[in-house]
Design a protein. Structure first.
Length: 154
């Protein structure tokens, strides 16, 4: 049996590498100016600044952009085990509006994971730590790997 500290460190490093690889391939997330701030097994944190093109007719951030931010955090969190995982279903509750210039941070945490499915919760907060939205995602794992086998242990 391995050293728990070393095993945990290896898990975190793998999670970071998986999230970084996915971020580099994720043109949608990058195009919207999102930044991957943190990843660990079953967790991630993504930041986005609300820009003028993200506003709807009432001059608040369009819900689709909030959903996209939460969905990106969800994707990075559920793919931290080097096993390709997709959304099986998602829902979002909008709690407060976000405005142009707001800096939004989506924090995702794994709630359960077993077999091929997992459950994840995301909270979006603004720069004043005000809750903007709550998102729930259910994931489904498929065959394959995110990182090529030769790069897993680099």
């Amino acid at each position: 049996m391995g050293n728990n500290t070393t095993d945990t460190q290896v898990d975190v490093e793998l999670a970071e590498r998986c999230a970084k690889a996915l971020y580099e391939r994720d043109m949608a997330t990058q195009h919207l100016g999102m930044a991957l701030l943190f990843s660990a097994p079953g967790q991630s944190k993504v930041r986005m600044t609300v820009q003028d093109f993200m506003l709807q007719g009432l001059k608040t951030c369009h819900g689709g952009y909030l959903f996209t931010l939460a969905d990106s955090a969800f994707a990075f969190a559920c793919n931290t085990y080097n096993q390709p995982t997709f959304a099986l279903g998602c829902s979002i509750d909008y709690v407060a509006p976000a405005f142009e210039g707001d800096v939004l941070t989506a924090s995702c945490h794994e709630k359960s994971r077993g077999g091929r499915t997992g459950n994840y919760d995301v909270e979006i907060h603004n720069q004043q730590d005000q809750l903007i939205a709550i998102f729930h995602g259910k994931s489904y794992r498929v065959k394959g790997e995110i990182l090529s086998q030769e790069n897993v242990n680099d």
